[in-house]
Every structure is written in C-alpha cells, then in structure tokens.
Design a protein around this ligand. Structure first.
Ligand code: AMP
Length: 283
C-alpha cells in the first residue's frame, strides 16, 4: 500500500526507517499531473532502488508573476493511483505552508548554466527550482534522484548544484518520453485545443529537421536555427517562438558551429501553452 505524507517530519521518519534497514532510496521530484514522462522516471528509480519516493508539489517560487502557477493542472487522486500502480512506496505531497512557513531569505543561484535558454527567458526560475530541490533533497535524503532530459537545463543545473554543494546524492538523467507523433509528454499539453495539439508537433519536427540538416553536412548553427524558425512559423497555432538555441551540452553556452557535443533546445508558445523540447546532436 502506498503511503502519502503531507508533513516533513513524517516523510523524514519514513525514509530514516527504510535507511536503518539498509535500503537504498530513489527520489523523483514532480509537480504532479503525472504522465508517461514522470512514470518513466519512477520506473527507472524502481529498478535501481529498494524504496521509491515521489514528491508532488507545484512550487510557487519557480513561477514568474505572469506565469501559470494558479492554472497549473492538479489531480492528486489520479496521481496517487498512478503511483500506486507503479508500486511506489511513498508520496510526499506537502502544501505551500509546509514547504515555505516563512519568508525564505536564502537564495541558491547556479551561475553560467542559467544564463541562456529558459534561464534567460524565465528570470529567477532556476533559483526557485534550486531552492525547492535542495529543500526536498534535505527532507527526503535520497541516495539517487531522477530528472528528465525534457528539462535538460534543469538537469544540468541540478547536477552542478549537487556537485558544488556536496549533496551526497547521485543525479540520474532519464530520456525524453514522447507521444506517438513525437510531441514530448508534458503536463502543460492539457492546455492545447485539438488544432493546437496537432500543431504542437512542430517542436519535435523542427528538431528532426535540424538533425537532417546536420546529417547532410550543415554545421553552421545560425543557418540551422533560421531553418527551424522558418519551419515553425508555418504552423498556424504558433503564437511566438520564445527561443531556439544551439549550445554546448555541458556548459550550455551558445556555439556557432556544430562539433558533436551540442544541444538544440527551443521554447515555443502554441496557443497559451509554452512548450519546450530539445535534442542532443549526434554526428
Ligand atoms: P515536472 O512535473 O514537469 O516538474 O517534471 C518532473 C520531472 O519529470 C522532471 O525531472 C522532468 O524533466 C520530468 N519529465 C517531464 N516530462 C518528461 C518527459 N516527457 N520525458 C522525460 N521526463 C520528463
């Protein structure tokens, strides 16, 4: 039977008792409204640990004032039943007061890796992510924590934070899970109308286009980005391209030429949904 904890002291006691029995603990932090992307992380955690803890917390500190914190989809009952089917041992689902009982005076800011991509467009977003993830790491105290490459910059930022701050935790990256037509699974896909849902495939298709250009010998990143932009703007439901960037996949710094260690990442507004996707370049 899955256990659901809302209080920090209760999830701490649960993990402490598992650890006393010599069990390893895998942790999957989420904002809920679970889909196959989240469940793939859970399955990976299950295969590598004795005990799996999933957190469900829509973290206010990582949303900007004009972003979708209030509208973010939530369905705790469904989430818990999905996690029960995956044989997850415990869910940590605190409310905002439990996580932030008073004003937080501490900032965790990872430099450089947050300067481009979503970090440039969503000011303060990664500070909010780093704050909540460090709090969750200190609360849950896992051996391994699982992050999707769908949020590639987040994965790199957390990986670095863990290294810089000596968290005794292995950060495990997991591949992007997609719908049949290539759209990356996302809780925000629920915002899409039928027509927007069809047009939302333009993100993945533009990455495929870039891949094809590279395979045909186009290594100039500006020309690849221009081709992706032109392709995406051909879809009616696209309201705005937030960014398309080609960066070194370790430093996340933009590059002018493909060398085989890059990430192509983009964020596009389709209807009211801001969707992201990315692809690691193979040559
Ligand atoms: P979220 O609930 O959006 O904060 O996501 C929680 C975790 O699930 C993060 O590590 C995400 O990167 C991961 N995730 C979300 N969507 C996908 C996906 N389509 N494929 C793989 N991982 C994902």
């Amino acid at each position: 039977m899955i256990k659901v904890f809302e209080k920090i002291k209760d999830i701490r006691a649960f993990v402490e008792s598992a650890k006393r029995e010599g069990k390893s603990v895998g942790f999957v932090p989420t904002m809920g409204y679970l889909h196959e992307g989240h469940l793939s992380l859970v399955r990976c955690a299950r295969s590598e640990n004795d005990v799996v803890v999933v957190s469900i917390f829509v973290n206010p500190t990582q949303f900007g004032p004009s972003e979708d914190y209030k509208d973010y989809p939530r369905d705790m009952e469904r989430d818990i039943s999905l996690l029960e089917n995956e044989k997850v041992h415990a869910v940590f689902a605190p409310d905002v007061k439990e996580m932030y009982p008073e004003e937080t005076l501490t900032t965790i800011h990872v430099e450089k890796l947050t300067e481009h991509l979503c970090g440039a467009k969503r000011k303060g977003h990664f500070d909010g992510v780093c704050l909540v993830v460090s709090k969750l790491f200190n609360i849950v105290n896992p051996d391994r924590a699982y992050f999707g490459k769908k949020d590639y910059q987040q994965y790199r930022v957390i990986e670095r934070m863990v290294r810089d701050l000596n968290f005794p935790i292995s950060v495990v990256p997991c591949p992007i899970i997609r719908e049949e037509d290539g759209l990356a699974a996302s809780s925000r896909n629920i915002y899409l109308s039928e027509k927007e849902r069809k047009d939302a495939t333009c993100l993945y298709k533009s990455l495929r286009l870039a891949d094809k250009l590279i395979k045909n010998g186009e290594y100039n990143t500006k020309r690849i980005i221009d081709a992706m932009k032109e392709f995406i703007m051909g879809f009616e439901s696209v309201r705005k391209i937030d960014y398309i960037e080609i960066v070194d996949k370790y430093t996340l710094e933009p590059v002018s030429e493909i060398k085989g260690r890059e990430l192509i990442a983009l964020a596009v507004y389709v209807g009211k949904a801001r969707l992201i996707d990315n692809m690691e370049v193979q040559i």
